[in-house]
Design a protein around this ligand. Structure first.
Ligand SMILES: [Zn+2]
Length: 254
Protein backbone atom coordinates (compact mmCIF):
# COMPACT_ATOMS: atom_id res chain seq x y z
CA UNK A 1 0.00 0.00 0.00
CA UNK A 2 2.87 2.50 0.26
CA UNK A 3 2.20 3.66 -3.32
CA UNK A 4 -1.46 4.36 -2.62
CA UNK A 5 -0.64 6.27 0.54
CA UNK A 6 2.02 8.37 -1.13
CA UNK A 7 -0.34 9.16 -4.03
CA UNK A 8 -3.00 10.28 -1.57
CA UNK A 9 -0.50 12.44 0.32
CA UNK A 10 0.73 13.98 -2.92
CA UNK A 11 -2.80 14.71 -4.12
CA UNK A 12 -3.67 16.32 -0.75
CA UNK A 13 -0.48 18.39 -0.84
CA UNK A 14 -1.17 19.53 -4.39
CA UNK A 15 -4.79 20.39 -3.54
CA UNK A 16 -3.55 22.44 -0.57
CA UNK A 17 -1.06 24.27 -2.77
CA UNK A 18 -3.66 24.99 -5.44
CA UNK A 19 -6.14 26.20 -2.80
CA UNK A 20 -3.50 28.42 -1.19
CA UNK A 21 -2.59 29.76 -4.61
CA UNK A 22 -6.13 30.71 -5.53
CA UNK A 23 -6.80 32.20 -2.08
CA UNK A 24 -3.68 34.33 -2.45
CA UNK A 25 -4.79 35.35 -5.94
CA UNK A 26 -8.20 36.38 -4.59
CA UNK A 27 -6.63 38.73 -2.02
CA UNK A 28 -3.36 40.33 -3.04
CA UNK A 29 -1.16 37.97 -5.02
CA UNK A 30 2.28 37.64 -3.44
CA UNK A 31 4.77 39.59 -5.47
CA UNK A 32 7.74 37.75 -6.90
CA UNK A 33 10.26 38.55 -9.60
CA UNK A 34 13.41 37.19 -11.22
CA UNK A 35 15.87 39.63 -9.62
CA UNK A 36 16.34 41.95 -6.65
CA UNK A 37 14.70 41.76 -3.21
CA UNK A 38 11.75 39.64 -4.47
CA UNK A 39 13.96 37.47 -6.71
CA UNK A 40 14.41 33.67 -6.62
CA UNK A 41 16.56 33.63 -3.44
CA UNK A 42 13.67 35.32 -1.58
CA UNK A 43 10.62 33.51 -3.03
CA UNK A 44 10.19 31.25 0.02
CA UNK A 45 9.98 34.30 2.29
CA UNK A 46 7.39 36.10 0.14
CA UNK A 47 4.47 33.85 1.13
CA UNK A 48 3.93 30.83 3.42
CA UNK A 49 2.55 29.01 0.38
CA UNK A 50 5.96 29.39 -1.31
CA UNK A 51 7.91 27.52 1.41
CA UNK A 52 8.81 24.66 -0.94
CA UNK A 53 10.84 27.11 -3.06
CA UNK A 54 13.28 27.24 -0.13
CA UNK A 55 13.10 23.83 1.54
CA UNK A 56 12.25 21.58 -1.41
CA UNK A 57 14.77 18.87 -2.21
CA UNK A 58 13.61 18.11 -5.78
CA UNK A 59 13.46 21.56 -7.29
CA UNK A 60 13.57 22.65 -10.93
CA UNK A 61 15.19 23.74 -13.15
CA UNK A 62 18.36 21.64 -13.18
CA UNK A 63 21.61 21.44 -15.08
CA UNK A 64 21.52 18.23 -17.13
CA UNK A 65 25.07 16.93 -16.93
CA UNK A 66 25.14 13.20 -16.28
CA UNK A 67 22.34 10.95 -17.46
CA UNK A 68 21.75 7.20 -17.39
CA UNK A 69 20.89 5.92 -20.88
CA UNK A 70 17.98 3.48 -20.71
CA UNK A 71 15.34 1.84 -22.84
CA UNK A 72 12.65 4.31 -21.82
CA UNK A 73 9.10 4.27 -23.23
CA UNK A 74 8.50 6.65 -26.14
CA UNK A 75 6.56 9.88 -25.65
CA UNK A 76 3.35 9.44 -27.64
CA UNK A 77 1.96 12.87 -28.46
CA UNK A 78 -1.70 13.29 -29.43
CA UNK A 79 -2.29 17.04 -29.52
CA UNK A 80 -5.16 18.67 -31.40
CA UNK A 81 -5.51 22.22 -32.75
CA UNK A 82 -7.55 24.95 -31.04
CA UNK A 83 -8.31 28.67 -31.52
CA UNK A 84 -5.36 30.67 -30.16
CA UNK A 85 -5.52 32.96 -27.14
CA UNK A 86 -2.29 34.45 -25.78
CA UNK A 87 -2.19 35.41 -22.08
CA UNK A 88 0.26 37.68 -20.25
CA UNK A 89 0.68 36.06 -16.81
CA UNK A 90 2.87 38.88 -15.52
CA UNK A 91 5.83 36.46 -15.54
CA UNK A 92 5.66 35.12 -19.12
CA UNK A 93 3.42 34.81 -22.15
CA UNK A 94 1.25 31.71 -22.07
CA UNK A 95 -1.15 29.83 -24.32
CA UNK A 96 -3.90 28.08 -22.35
CA UNK A 97 -5.23 24.88 -23.90
CA UNK A 98 -9.00 24.36 -23.78
CA UNK A 99 -10.16 20.99 -22.37
CA UNK A 100 -9.92 18.26 -24.97
CA UNK A 101 -6.75 19.57 -26.67
CA UNK A 102 -5.02 16.19 -26.42
CA UNK A 103 -1.82 15.48 -24.56
CA UNK A 104 0.75 12.72 -24.35
CA UNK A 105 1.17 9.21 -23.03
CA UNK A 106 4.35 7.69 -21.63
CA UNK A 107 4.54 4.09 -20.47
CA UNK A 108 0.74 3.93 -20.12
CA UNK A 109 0.43 7.20 -18.15
CA UNK A 110 -1.67 9.82 -19.94
CA UNK A 111 -1.38 13.56 -19.33
CA UNK A 112 -3.66 16.25 -20.80
CA UNK A 113 -2.21 19.43 -22.30
CA UNK A 114 -3.00 22.39 -20.00
CA UNK A 115 -0.82 25.32 -21.15
CA UNK A 116 2.49 26.27 -22.74
CA UNK A 117 4.66 29.22 -21.67
CA UNK A 118 8.18 30.43 -22.34
CA UNK A 119 11.36 31.38 -20.49
CA UNK A 120 14.41 33.30 -21.65
CA UNK A 121 17.12 32.16 -21.37
CA UNK A 122 16.23 28.45 -21.10
CA UNK A 123 15.83 27.50 -17.43
CA UNK A 124 17.38 24.08 -18.01
CA UNK A 125 21.10 23.99 -18.59
CA UNK A 126 22.66 21.34 -20.83
CA UNK A 127 26.22 20.69 -19.62
CA UNK A 128 26.13 24.09 -18.00
CA UNK A 129 24.92 25.90 -21.08
CA UNK A 130 21.62 27.73 -21.39
CA UNK A 131 19.72 28.00 -24.67
CA UNK A 132 18.10 31.28 -25.82
CA UNK A 133 14.66 30.11 -24.67
CA UNK A 134 12.65 27.10 -23.56
CA UNK A 135 8.99 26.25 -24.05
CA UNK A 136 7.40 24.48 -21.07
CA UNK A 137 4.41 22.44 -22.20
CA UNK A 138 2.49 21.77 -18.98
CA UNK A 139 0.21 18.74 -18.64
CA UNK A 140 -2.03 17.31 -15.93
CA UNK A 141 -3.38 13.80 -15.44
CA UNK A 142 -6.75 12.73 -14.07
CA UNK A 143 -5.33 12.82 -10.49
CA UNK A 144 -4.13 16.40 -10.94
CA UNK A 145 -0.46 15.34 -11.15
CA UNK A 146 1.74 17.42 -13.43
CA UNK A 147 4.15 16.55 -16.22
CA UNK A 148 6.11 19.15 -18.17
CA UNK A 149 7.65 18.64 -21.61
CA UNK A 150 10.53 21.08 -22.17
CA UNK A 151 11.46 22.13 -25.71
CA UNK A 152 14.78 23.97 -25.87
CA UNK A 153 14.94 26.84 -28.34
CA UNK A 154 18.06 28.28 -29.95
CA UNK A 155 18.42 31.42 -32.04
CA UNK A 156 18.23 30.64 -35.77
CA UNK A 157 15.42 30.59 -38.32
CA UNK A 158 12.01 32.15 -37.66
CA UNK A 159 9.60 29.68 -36.06
CA UNK A 160 6.38 29.49 -38.09
CA UNK A 161 4.46 27.61 -35.38
CA UNK A 162 5.24 30.28 -32.80
CA UNK A 163 4.69 33.22 -35.18
CA UNK A 164 0.96 33.61 -34.37
CA UNK A 165 1.85 33.52 -30.65
CA UNK A 166 4.82 35.90 -30.82
CA UNK A 167 2.97 38.24 -33.22
CA UNK A 168 0.06 38.54 -30.79
CA UNK A 169 1.55 39.14 -27.36
CA UNK A 170 -1.10 41.15 -25.45
CA UNK A 171 -0.35 44.88 -25.37
CA UNK A 172 1.13 46.20 -22.12
CA UNK A 173 -1.63 46.29 -19.50
CA UNK A 174 -3.82 43.84 -21.44
CA UNK A 175 -4.26 40.35 -20.03
CA UNK A 176 -5.23 38.39 -23.11
CA UNK A 177 -5.30 38.48 -26.90
CA UNK A 178 -7.73 36.20 -28.73
CA UNK A 179 -6.34 35.64 -32.20
CA UNK A 180 -9.30 35.40 -34.55
CA UNK A 181 -9.18 32.67 -37.15
CA UNK A 182 -5.93 31.15 -35.90
CA UNK A 183 -5.73 27.48 -35.17
CA UNK A 184 -2.77 26.52 -33.00
CA UNK A 185 -1.32 23.03 -32.57
CA UNK A 186 1.55 22.59 -30.11
CA UNK A 187 2.49 19.35 -31.94
CA UNK A 188 3.96 21.58 -34.66
CA UNK A 189 6.50 23.00 -32.18
CA UNK A 190 8.07 19.61 -31.40
CA UNK A 191 11.38 18.64 -32.99
CA UNK A 192 11.29 15.61 -35.29
CA UNK A 193 13.13 13.37 -32.83
CA UNK A 194 11.37 12.93 -29.49
CA UNK A 195 14.36 11.54 -27.55
CA UNK A 196 14.31 12.93 -24.02
CA UNK A 197 15.84 13.35 -20.57
CA UNK A 198 13.54 12.66 -17.64
CA UNK A 199 13.71 13.37 -13.90
CA UNK A 200 11.57 14.32 -10.91
CA UNK A 201 11.26 18.03 -10.27
CA UNK A 202 8.99 20.93 -9.42
CA UNK A 203 7.27 23.97 -10.82
CA UNK A 204 10.02 26.52 -11.55
CA UNK A 205 7.83 29.38 -10.30
CA UNK A 206 6.19 29.90 -6.89
CA UNK A 207 4.75 27.88 -5.20
CA UNK A 208 7.51 25.56 -6.59
CA UNK A 209 5.31 22.48 -5.96
CA UNK A 210 7.17 19.18 -6.28
CA UNK A 211 6.26 15.76 -7.72
CA UNK A 212 6.32 17.18 -11.23
CA UNK A 213 7.56 14.74 -13.90
CA UNK A 214 9.95 16.43 -16.31
CA UNK A 215 10.67 15.39 -19.89
CA UNK A 216 13.21 17.64 -21.61
CA UNK A 217 13.56 16.86 -25.32
CA UNK A 218 17.15 16.33 -26.45
CA UNK A 219 16.68 18.17 -29.75
CA UNK A 220 16.15 21.93 -29.87
CA UNK A 221 14.00 24.01 -32.23
CA UNK A 222 14.67 27.57 -33.41
CA UNK A 223 13.28 31.10 -33.20
CA UNK A 224 14.65 34.09 -35.09
CA UNK A 225 16.53 36.93 -33.42
CA UNK A 226 13.53 39.17 -34.12
CA UNK A 227 11.14 36.72 -32.39
CA UNK A 228 13.47 36.44 -29.40
CA UNK A 229 13.74 40.24 -29.20
CA UNK A 230 9.94 40.56 -29.22
CA UNK A 231 9.67 38.29 -26.16
CA UNK A 232 12.61 39.91 -24.37
CA UNK A 233 11.16 43.36 -24.87
CA UNK A 234 8.55 42.47 -22.20
CA UNK A 235 10.42 39.72 -20.35
CA UNK A 236 14.21 40.25 -20.67
CA UNK A 237 14.99 37.47 -18.15
CA UNK A 238 12.49 35.05 -16.64
CA UNK A 239 14.61 32.03 -15.74
CA UNK A 240 15.05 30.66 -12.23
CA UNK A 241 18.65 29.61 -11.37
CA UNK A 242 19.34 25.87 -11.62
CA UNK A 243 18.70 23.93 -8.41
CA UNK A 244 20.72 21.19 -6.64
CA UNK A 245 20.02 17.62 -7.76
CA UNK A 246 20.21 16.26 -4.18
CA UNK A 247 20.87 12.77 -5.47
CA UNK A 248 18.18 12.78 -8.15
CA UNK A 249 18.86 10.59 -11.16
CA UNK A 250 18.48 11.93 -14.70
CA UNK A 251 17.53 9.25 -17.21
CA UNK A 252 18.04 9.57 -20.95
CA UNK A 253 16.11 7.70 -23.63
CA UNK A 254 18.15 5.71 -26.17
ZN1 LIG B 1 8.13 27.21 -17.04
Amino acid sequence: MPNLISTAVRAAALAAVLAAGSAAAADAPAHWTYSGPTGPAHWAAEDEAFATCGIGKAQSPINIEKAVRKDLPALEFSYTAFPLTVTDTGHSFQVNAPAGSGGFTVGGDHYDFAQVHFHTPSEERMHGRRYSMVAHIVHKNANGELAVVGVLIRKGKANATLAPVFDNFPAEGTKETAVAGTSFNIADLLPENHGYYTFEGSLTTPPCSEHVRWFVLKNAVEVSGAQLAKFQKRYPMNARPTQPLNGRLVQESK
